[in-house]
Design a protein around this ligand. Structure first.
Ligand SMILES: [Mn+2]
Length: 247
């Protein structure tokens, strides 16, 4: 395996000051295997919360400067918004040298067209979540959010996190399937983008799913989280592997 032509994919690191061990693991990853990669893609929820590019949190600053040293080392880094860090903006791009990419970006991976998503838009069996998503992703709402003071945004982020935790816990118990992607939504999305491969995160259910769409084989690769999985997808011209990196 030629390390220099490997593209790396991660998601759902959920970096947060309350779990310094994960931040340390991530910084080690950036200084280690990411340095030898051709490109690094982060498919959402890099941070547990992101209240704006003026977030003074010391741990987040450390992560940003580590990303900056990776990109200045010559490894392009692409970051997608997740449902936690959807306020990552231009200043984040400038300080890290990373490039924000749209949820639903098609890339060419050694000759194969592959669709990249965070994954939350595929979880359509959870209408309460989709409703909230529509609100917070509304440009007007975001315009308003960015104008709140740091303290107000910190308070709001805490509220939203508590609300999300309660929602996930109750739904996980009562109806665990609604927290996963909807099968038909996956098929429709692959058809719409005319691709036979999708990489996403969000559900924290790492797996490689084989599908058949219109009598043709397709693949859905789900990245795991970094709470205890440290999931990395490594892809080169010879193929791909989803590595656990369990701690
Ligand atoms: Mn997510």
């Amino acid at each position: 395996m030629h390390a220099a032509v490997t593209t790396l994919f991660i998601s759902d690191t959920h970096l947060d000051g309350t779990r310094p061990d994960i931040t340390a693991q991530f910084l080690e990853f950036l200084a280690g295997q990411a340095r030898t990669a051709q490109r690094l893609y982060i498919l959402g929820d890099l941070f547990e919360t992101w209240i704006g590019d003026d977030d003074p949190d010391a741990d987040k600053r450390r992560v940003c400067s580590a990303l900056q040293s990776l990109t200045s080392h010559g490894v392009p880094c692409f970051v997608m918004h997740g449902n936690r860090d959807f306020l990552l903006g231009r200043r984040f791009e400038q300080t890290t040298g990373a490039t924000l990419i749209d949820d639903g970006t098609v890339i060419d991976l050694y000759g194969r067209r592959v669709l990249l998503m965070h994954g939350d838009t595929l979880c359509i069996d959870d209408p309460a979540y989709q409703r909230l998503r529509r609100i917070v992703r509304n440009p007007l709402v975001q315009w308003g959010l960015r104008r709140l003071s740091l303290t107000q945004r910190q308070w709001l982020a805490k509220k939203m996190r508590a609300g999300s935790k309660a929602h996930i816990e109750s739904a996980d118990k009562a109806t665990p399937y609604i927290m996963d992607v909807n099968r038909q939504a996956v098929i429709d999305t692959l058809r719409r983008f005319k691709v036979d491969c999708l990489i996403h995160g969000h559900t924290h259910r790492p797996a490689i799913h084989d599908l058949t769409i219109d009598d043709r084989p397709a693949t859905r690769i789900v990245l795991g989280d970094w709470y205890d999985q440290g999931s990395v997808l490594r892809w080169n011209e010879r193929g791909y592997e989803l590595v656990g990196m369990r701690r």
